[in-house]
Design a protein around this ligand. Structure first.
Ligand code: NAP
Ligand code: G3P
Length: 486
């Protein structure tokens, strides 16, 4: 592991426009600090508006030709990109680890999952066909009218990704956009942009047409609004926090958007659940990568009759979790920055002040928060509602399914929910009432497999991702009507 680390040099990274790596005229660089090495691992360019304009204007030109190429032709480029990512996994994975503090195994999985995602996206697109409609199925309509409905690209897609999956959640936007015939302006999270740059290096090796994909670096707070409001952007695909998403939605006005935002996924544990299995799923859901997943289980709603038993099992398992540096393959790792750790610590303290019981955890070393289980959490505590994006799990005891459903749905979020029970009828009853995009029965909340639709409702988003759905969101239907003389 240390050999890999010493291989990575602290360098100044360039942005990518017109198929070339360039330095910004601004002369300004943004330092990227590793969340666990506590040192600078590289610097990225703070781009100027004129450079953004150039990238968008080129994208508009190149997109027209790209959309005219055959699907088979576009597929070849994407397959090559997937191959290059796999070839580069030993280079990219340690960078992801250093930049966002994810274990090397998880980082490598992210790269391989991304290559699989790209390949599946191509295959899905190859099997998507249009539709024909005949006029005479409508009263008074004529047989001589036939509508041919196909999907056409939207134009230039702005892809904005978060820090926690800096390669996968970016490629999950680029691949469907490109295969559908769009050009892409990619703005990675600043903490995550070196990983994004490496992903684009793989794309560059696949020799896509120059200017089709550009990578813009710079703080979202500085260039974000400019990008989102730019007249050259035809669609925005955003993944990130709810506040940022809401801000973007106001700025974007009538530009089509898909927003995948925050979550507060509940794990509902019924009296009849297999508690050992439920605890296993809840812990994996809540604590992997320190809970820095939108789909992490972020609260447990347990029936009071089995509360003590479940909390006992959870405590035992949580205390076995490996905590520390991602270089040692730990599950619970330092959070992305100190500010995030302060936020999580604040939630823990607020809960304690209001009467929650610390079952385990509540220990902190800089931005490393030890996995914390809070029992007897009540609705007046912030941790019952806020998304911590950290390793703290509140347990709320309920007296009925109805109470669990009620508390689950009171949340401003609606990403996913898990229900643990042996009663399949009750599971469906709860699932039907859940105001979330997905419900997992006897499993942890998670996005994959990546061809499943992935949906956030309420404060968790707008629109649908998942391979086919992403392609659909980056295209529109176009109808050509044939008027025959029969
Ligand atoms: P974030 O702070 O909202 O940032 C997300 C992206 O938005 C970054 O690229 C950021 O750039 C950019 N940005 C910030 N201000 C902007 C603006 N005014 N205009 C345009 N772009 C702007 O989120 P994060 O901290 O990276 O990720 C954590 C959050 O994302 C959590 O809430 C999590 O639940 C959510 N998330 C959701 C999903 C999902 O699929 N539902 C998946 C992953 C994460 P800078 O980095 O330069 O500020
Ligand atoms: O936070 C990223 C989100 O998309 C979760 O992905 O695969 O960890 O459920 P996953």
């Amino acid at each position: 592991m240390s050999t890999l680390l010493t291989d990575i040099k602290v360098i100044d990274y360039k942005f990518y426009v017109n198929g070339q790596w360039k330095e910004s005229q601004s002369g300004q660089m943004i330092e990227i600090q590793s969340p666990y090495l506590y040192e600078m691992i590289g610097r990225v360019q703070a781009m100027e508006k004129e450079e953004v304009d150039e990238a968008i204007s080129l994208a508009r030109e190149v997109q027209v030709e790209w959309a005219n190429t055959s699907l088979q032709e576009r597929a070849k480029y994407l397959y090559r990109w997937a191959d290059e990512l796999v070839n580069m996994q030993n280079e990219i994975a340690p960078i992801i680890m250093k930049e966002v503090g994810k274990s090397l195994k998880d980082a490598r999985n992210e790269v391989v999952r991304t290559a699989d995602f790209i390949r599946y996206t191509v295959e899905e697109a190859l099997h998507m066909h249009g539709e024909n409609m005949k006029g005479d199925s409508f009263p008074g309509g004529s047989k001589s009218k036939i509508a041919m409905i196909e999907r056409v690209p939207l134009g230039v897609v702005l892809a904005i990704s978060p820090f926690n999956y800096p390669v996968n959640l970016a490629a999950a936007k680029l691949a469907p956009a490109l295969i559908a015939g769009n050009a892409v302006i990619f703005k990675p999270a600043t903490q995550g942009s070196i990983s994004g740059i490496k992903m684009i290096e793989a794309l560059h090796k696949a020799e896509f047409p120059a200017g089709l994909v550009s990578l813009i670096t710079g703080r979202g707070s500085v260039i974000g609004d400019y990008l989102v409001e730019h007249k050259g952007i035809d669609m925005i695909s955003f993944t990130g926090g709810t506040n940022t998403g809401e801000h973007l939605a106001k700025k974007a006005a009538m530009i089509p958007m898909v927003l995948e935002l925050g979550g507060k996924d509940p794990g509902i544990v019924r009296e009849d659940a297999d508690l050992v299995e439920a605890a296993k799923q809840i812990i994996s859901g809540a604590f992997s990568y320190s809970g820095q997943r939108c789909t992490a289980i972020k609260r447990v709603l347990v029936h009071e009759h089995i509360g003590d038993k479940l909390v006992g099992i959870l405590k035992e398992e949580i205390e076995r979790l490996a905590v520390g540096s991602p270089e040692k393959g730990n599950t619970v790792v330092p959070l992305i920055d100190n500010q995030s750790a302060d936020f999580v610590q604040g939630l823990i303290e607020d809960a304690i002040e209001k009467g929650a019981k610390v079952v385990t955890g509540n220990k902190r070393d800089r931005n490393l928060i030890y996995p914390t289980l809070l029992d007897h959490v009540t609705e007046d505590m912030s941790v019952a509602w806020e998304e911590p994006f950290g390793p703290v799990l509140p347990v709320i005891r309920v007296s009925s399914d109805e109470e669990a459903i009620n508390i689950a749905n009171k949340s401003e979020y609606g990403l996913q929910a898990s229900v643990f029970t042996k009663d399949i009828n009750k599971a469906f009853m709860i699932s039907n009432k859940m105001e979330t995009g997905s419900v997992q029965i006897n499993g942890r909340t998670e996005r994959g497999p990546d061809h499943f639709p992935f949906i956030g409702v309420k404060g968790s988003g707008m629109g649908v991702q998942g391979i086919r759905k992403s392609i659909e969101s980056m295209t529109r239907e176009k109808v050509t009507v044939l008027n025959l003389s029969l």
